[in-house]
Design a binder for this molecule. Sequence first.
Ligand code: TRP
Length: 431
Amino acid sequence: MNTTENNTSTAQVHYFLVPSTMSSPMEHQEEIISTTTVQAATNEGFDYSKLIDQFGSEPVQQDLIERFEKLTGKKAHPFLKRGIFFSHRDLHKLLDHYENGKMFYLYTGRGPSSDSMHLGHLVPFMFTKYLQDAFQVPLVIQLTDDEKHLMQELDFQQVRNMMIENVKDIIACGFDMRKTFIFSNFDYMGYLYKTVVQIEKCVTTSQVKGVFGFNDSDNIGKMSFPAIQAAPSFYTSFPHIFSVQQDAFQNLESTMKENNGKNMDSIMCLIPCAIDQDPYFRLTRDVAPKLGFPKPVLVHGKFLPSLQGAKTKMASSDKNSAIFLTDSNAVIASKVAGSFSGGGASKELHEKFGANLKVDVPFKLLEFFLEDDQQLEQVREEYSKGIMLTSQIKKLAFEVVSKLVKEHQERRARITEEELKEFMSVRKLDF
Ligand code: TRP
C-alpha cells in the first residue's frame, strides 16, 4: 500500500481547498481545485508539484517515461515528455502487471454539459487514444448525462442531445471501434447497478460530504453520484467485455482473503483524467480492496489554461475563455490574437527583456499541441529572449490550433449514424 496517499477519511479537506503560497500577501488568493471549481492563485497557473504533495500522488518521472517506451516500443506521447500528464497513482504497478502479460483496460469519461467540446476537453482523450494505440487494450468511456442533470439546470432532452454531440467529438479523436465501448449512464445503468450498489454500501454520507463539499441541502442524487463514476473502474461493470458474471466480486472477495488482500491476477484499470477528477478516484481506491478489486491506477493531466490566462482553465461556461471544436478559422484567429500574452509591453521592452513564458497563453497552447519537440525548444529559446515577437508566436499558435481543429472537424463530419450506434452498443470487444 502506498503510505503517502492521503486517505479519504483523514485528509478530506485537501481535495477542495488548496491554500496558496505562490502569491504575495497583497494579491493573496486561494488556489482551488475541486470537481466544480478550478482556480489558481496567479496567471502562472497551478503549482502542480505542490499539488502532488498535497494530493499524495507521485510525479511522472523520466524512469517511468522510459518504461512506457520500452514496453510499448513506441515513443512516449509529448504530453508525458512535457509534463502535461504529470502525476500518477500506481503506474509502476500497472506496468509490472502488463509486463507480466496480465490484462488491463482504460477508463475515462466526459460530463456532457455543452453541445460543443473545446480544446481543453480534448486533452485527456488525445492522451487516452495514445494509450489505447500503444497498449492495444480495451477502453470504456462513460458519459455522465445523469451527473449533468443532477448538478445543473439541464433537462433530459438537453443532456441527451449534448451527450450525442459529445460522443461524436470523442469518436473523432480516432479511437479503435473494435476496442472501445462508449456508454451513457442513463442507457447503461442496468449493467452498472450491482457494482454501483456495492460501492454505495462502502461509502458513508460524511465521507462524501467531506470529499466533495456537499451539504444537507444538496439533492441526494449528488451524494450517490460518486459511486456511479467509480463503478466503471471495476471490471464487473462490463460483463460483455470481460466475460464475467455480475456477482464475480463475491468470488473475488473470497479469493482476496486467501491471498492476504492481494489479487494480482485480477484485471486492472487505468484512468487517464484531469487532476480535478481525482477526488472520485481516491474514494474509489479506498473502496476497491473492500470489494476485492485492485485499486484503479490513475494518470493525471494538467488544465489547459483559459485564453485570458492560466489563473483559470478553458471552460464552456465562459465562451471567450475557450477555443471550441466548432469554431471557424476566423474565430480561432481572433481568439488567439486576443489571448493573454507574456510578451513585453512594447517592442523595445520585449527585445530587451524577452517574454514571460510562465504566463504566456500562446506558448502554453504550443506546449500542449505543437508536436515537433525541436521546434518547441526553438520557440522557447527565441521567444523568451525576445528574438521571436508576440505577433509571431500568436501566428504560430493559430496555425497549430486551427490545423488541429480543422482535422478534427473533418473526421467528425465523416462519422456515420451506424458507427455511432456501434461504438455505443453493448457488445464483445476485440482484444
Ligand atoms: N465527471 C466527469 C466530468 O464531469 C466525467 C467522467 C466520468 C470522467 N467518468 C470519468 C472523467 C472518468 C475522467 C475519467 O467531465
